[in-house]
Design a protein around this ligand. Structure first.
Ligand code: CA
Length: 228
């Protein structure tokens, strides 16, 4: 499902270009052109992120942001501030904005900020798994200890991170692309082959029968799924 973004901006030209830009990136974009209607939509509907201009008719971006937080909405907010207003950034962050971008901005910069913020939000929404057990395996992610049948195993850092990532999303299909982005953070020389090799190592160490895994499943053409 694509992320929903609310753009609150009163310059028609900017509304058009930003909407086009984010839609082309696969986001669902709605817009409001003044403070009060922006706030009303943000309160009434579910959005993953709000791109909020500071200078708006009716109610400025600071007020909108403050009222959103006062109403208990923790939606991610990216503020658009004018270059001359040095103080905007500080005030915006104080009032609960998650990030800011100074106008005029490069389109690629906006897309990068939006994606980074959405990633952060999605991460934060997951309860981090500190310890986990499945089959005859026990994992303590904080200490980095893994035991199978009570016997300590040696897992490399990436193997542990990969295992934790899959376990935190257990029951769900995780694509190789997602793993490349979030576990390997797009390191150069890392390919989907690297992921497959790490998965094979994990199976070798953790599964009773690595050829016929009971926990780390391959989802053909997509990626992997962990199951208890
Ligand atoms: Ca404006």
């Amino acid at each position: 499902m694509s992320s929903r973004i609310l753009l609150v901006e009163d310059e028609p030209g900017l509304v058009l270009t930003v909407t086009d830009l984010l839609t082309a990136e696969g986001f669902e974009v709605q817009s409001a052109t003044d403070g009060p209607s922006g706030l009303a939509r943000a309160l009434a509907e579910k959005f993953d992120l709000i791109v909020l201009d500071v200078m708006l008719p009716g109610k400025n971006g600071f007020e909108v942001c403050r009222e959103l937080r006062q109403q208990g909405r923790d939606v991610a907010v990216l503020m658009l501030t004018a270059k001359t207003q040095v103080v905007d950034r500080v005030v915006g962050l104080k009032l609960g904005a998650d990030d800011y971008l100074t106008k005029p901005f490069h389109p690629a910069e906006l897309v990068a900020r939006v994606e980074a913020l959405l990633r952060r939000v999605k991460h934060d929404n997951l309860a981090p798994v500190r310890g986990f057990s499945f089959g005859n395996v026990e994992v303590d992610f904080e200490k980095g200890d893994v035991k199978k049948n009570g016997t300590p195993l040696n897992l490399a850092g990436k193997e542990l991170q990969l295992l934790q990532y899959l376990i935190e999303r257990r029951g769900k299909v995780v694509s190789r692309e997602e793993l490349l982005e979030n576990v390997w953070e797009y390191q150069s020389a890392v390919s989907s082959r690297t992921i497959d090799v790490h998965v094979a190592w994990l199976r070798q160490k953790l599964e009773d029968n690595p050829q016929n895994p009971r926990h780390i499943f391959t989802v053909r053409g997509v990626g992997y799924r962990f199951s208890v």
